[in-house]
Each structure stands twice: as C-alpha cells, then as structure tokens.
Ligand binder design. Structure first.
Ligand code: PXL
Length: 263
C-alpha cells in the first residue's frame, strides 16, 4: 500500500511553496499526496501580490472528503490565514488518529503576512497542543513565545517555550542563524541536534513547507519521529543545494533533485 499524506495549506501560484511544494515533496518521497486548500495566494519570485482565504465550510468539507473515505497516514499543516481556520483545523486534527506535523507559518520569505496577528493565540492554545511535531523557525518562535534566539545555545530555550504549549515534539529550525544550518529536535527528554552545511544559495523559497511535508511523508511510511526528521532534513538539504533561479527574485528549492540525471 502507498501511504497517504494530507497537506492542509495555502496555494502558491509560483509553485515553490505551499500546497505545490508539499505535493511535489510527497511525490519525491514515494507517498500519495492529498490537499485541503485553506487559501489561495497570487505569488511569484518577488513576493505575494494577493491572498484569499477559503470559507471554513470549504476547508472542513475537503478534509472530511479525504479522511472519511481515503484515510490518511499523516497530516501536515501550513498557511492557515485566520483564527477561524486555525481553530477549525485544530478541531479536525484532534479527531484524526494520524500524526500531525504543524508548520506554524507566520510570514512568507518576503515578509508578507500569511497568518493574521489575531490568530496567534489560537495557534498557541488550539493548534500546537494537537501537533505530533511542530516546526517553527526562529521568527515564528519569537512571535509565538516571545523568546528571541541569536545563537545555537538559545535553541534549547526556544524548544522549551514551544513545548510548553503541548506539541509532542518540536523541531526548532535555526537556519537563519549564521554558520551551519542547525536544528534542534526534542520532546523535552531526548535531544537530537541536526546539522547541515550552509549552501550559499539564495533560491530557498519553500524550504519550510518542504521540510514539514518531508517529515509527514516519513512518518506516514512508519518511521519514528527522530528518524523521520533526520531523513527529511537530508532531503531538504539536497533540495536547497539544488535551488534554482526563477523569475526576478527568490527561486524555489528543487523538489526533484534526487531524480536529476537519471530521468
Ligand atoms: O513558507 C511559508 C509559506 C506557506 N504557505 C504558502 C506560502 C509560503 C511562503 O511563501 O506561499 C502558501
């Protein structure tokens, strides 16, 4: 059986992030990708030109259609836009047995808002508690917990602050710190430090979506969280290394990097 993975996220018309990144990642990692679209963005390599949320009923209906008939082995969440959508998705996840990877998306690579400020409290108190793995970057950690990290030693403090909201595991992404791309995965008792060399490549659009979807894909294949995250980090590191220019601005990571050369 091919494991099924569901992404609950926004559409990126440029194809580098959001739903499009998630489905490409799932294909590359050998699982069947399915989608609940929460919002549509008009977007390219220069930024987000517009964003439109879907009605709560449309999000709930997509989710029920997939989960009640097909079933899912893992779920990933990304852009949720509003407090109402965050709370709806949190409630849906609470009623689903499959592991949930929550990427608490706040702003795009260009700084465009993808989550209303009024939704932050719902992320803290409704969404994080139902996450198997939460994957904030340091800006999202600061926004959600007030903890500001400027060096690797601070990653532990960030992890503790996020774990206090109740996710089973947290992966703090230290990629915006200088030096190696270092992330800390912990459940509060085990610590796993994931280190990858920094690739001097500005075409990194979609990195966060890709990592979270890769974790969900690995969990769906039955891996335990630490092994799933390590395999996902290896995949995203290759995708960043192969990121390519597109348009005038920031290009995407290459979801198909493992296929190149033998296609
Ligand atoms: O990487 C965060 C993200 C999530 N979802 C959508 C996005 C982006 C970043 O651009 O466009 C739809």
């Amino acid at each position: 059986m091919i494991p099924g993975v569901l992404t609950v996220a926004g559409s990126d018309s440029g194809g580098g992030a959001g739903i499009q990144a998630d489905l490409k990642t799932m294909l590359a990692l050998g699982v069947h990708g399915m989608s609940v679209i929460t919002a549509v963005t008009a977007q390219n390599s220069l930024g987000v030109q517009g964003a439109w949320e879907l009605p709560v009923e449309a999000v709930r209906a997509q989710y029920r259609s997939v989960v009640d008939d097909i079933g899912v082995q893992a779920v990933k969440t990304g852009m949720l836009a509003s407090a109402e959508l965050v709370e709806t998705v949190a409630e849906l996840l609470a009623g689903t047995d499959a592991p949930a990877v929550v990427d608490p998306v706040g702003v795009s690579k260009h700084g465009d808002p993808l989550l209303a400020a009024s939704a932050l409290d719902s992320v803290r108190t409704k969404l994080l508690p139902v996450a198997t793995v939460a994957t904030p970057n340091l800006d999202e950690v600061a926004q959600l917990t007030g903890v500001r990290v400027e060096s690797e030693e601070g990653l532990r403090r960030a992890a503790a602050a996020v774990l206090a909201y109740g996710p089973r595991w947290v992966l703090i992404k230290g990629g915006h710190l200088p030096g190696d791309a270092v992330d800390l995965l912990t459940d509060g008792s085990e610590e796993h430090w994931l280190r990858a060399p920094r690739h001097d490549n500005r075409h990194t659009h979609g990195t966060g979506c890709t990592l979270a979807s890769a974790i969900a894909a690995q969990l769906a294949k039955g891996r335990a969280v630490p092994e799933a995250v390590a395999a996902a980090k290896e995949y995203v590191t290759g995708a960043v290394a192969a990121g390519f220019a597109l348009g005038e601005g920031i290009g995407p990571v290459d979801h198909g990097w493992r296929f190149r050369g033998d296609a």
